[in-house]
Design a protein around this ligand. Structure first.
Ligand code: FMN
Length: 268
């Protein structure tokens, strides 16, 4: 299948495995790329440039197809150093997300990388296009992870973005199979980015008990947390998630929530 996205990224199918904090490692990314989609190694999984570099080199032993890197801007100071590392290694495709990518653009362009920025709103998609992004991923309210603060469904966002933008739009949020991919393409997307579905693959490092939990979950079993911190996150409805909501209702600060939502606790 050919779209402007497949042409841009040099892949066979318009399917991307999105950034996955803690799980976006070489085995998964290389398997997706090898199967004809685009896998992304998630820089946020690593503490040091050396670790990220080793993972990228490992992916190159698993496939000769392109594997990209996802950098979630603003989550950690090291992300800027990670960008230098990616440039030095000649990574050809970068997906940025999280915050304003402006300070990264010069380096991305200088090293001739294909650049896709992930956004939860059409206004940010315009900004990315103006900054020179080659494509955008538009993330709808349905998405796992951070779907932004506006609570707008993917069908509305993708339709609007694809009408207004000149660069290709990639859809993310609630896409799980060929039929939902075709729906997104019909709305005007030129590719899809999946997160949750790839978490459930054999190559994903998620604990088997968690995979089982996700498979048993229904459409009512996710919940939005961290809205009071202006960082809405869609997660599985667990007792921990319910505890976060209760604390947020009582006006808890990040410091007061850290024992549940901080990096260490998240991994545990
Ligand atoms: C467990 C998990 C971790 C994620 N981590 C990141 C991340 O580090 N960077 C990023 O840009 N997106 C991240 N995302 C978002 C995904 O890349 C993707 O956009 C989203 O999952 C799409 O929605 P879906 O889960 O309904 O397919 C994450 C999603 C999940 C479920």
């Amino acid at each position: 299948m050919k779209t402007r996205m497949t042409e841009l990224l040099g892949v066979r199918y318009p399917i991307i495995q999105g950034g996955l904090q803690g799980l976006g490692r070489a085995d998964l990314a290389a398997a997706v790329s090898d199967a004809g989609g685009l896998g992304l190694i998630t820089a946020g999984c690593f503490d040091t440039c050396a670790e990220l570099e080793a993972e990228i080199l490992h992916a190159r032993t698993l496939t000769d197809k392109p594997v990209g890197v996802n950098i979630s801007i603003g989550t950690r100071r090291t992300m800027s150093d990670f960008l230098d590392c990616i440039c030095d290694l000649g990574v050809g495709i970068i997906f940025t997300s999280g915050h304003n990518p402006e300070s990264f653009v010069d380096r991305i362009k200088r090293f001739g990388m294909k650049w896709v920025h992930v956004v939860p709103a059409v206004r940010f998609a315009h900004k990315a296009q103006d900054l020179g992004a080659d494509a955008v991923v538009v993330v709808g309210f349905e998405a796992g992870g951070h779907p932004g603060m506006d609570d707008v469904a993917l069908s509305v966002l993708v339709r609007k973005a694809s009408v207004e933008l000149s660069i290709p739009v990639i859809a993310a949020g609630g896409i799980s199979d060929g039929r939902s991919m075709i729906a997104a393409l019909a709305w005007g997307a030129e590719g899809v980015q999946l997160g949750t579905r790839f978490v459930l693959t054999r190559e994903s490092a998620l604990h088997p008990i968690m995979k089982e939990c996700l498979q048993q979950a229904t459409e009512h079993d996710t919940i939005m947390i961290e809205r009071s911190l202006r960082k809405s996150r869609r997660v599985l409805r667990t007792t921990q998630a319910e505890a976060v909501i209760a604390l947020e209702r009582d006006g808890a600060t990040f410091e007061q929530l850290k024992h549940i939502i901080g990096g260490e606790a998240y991994l545990e």
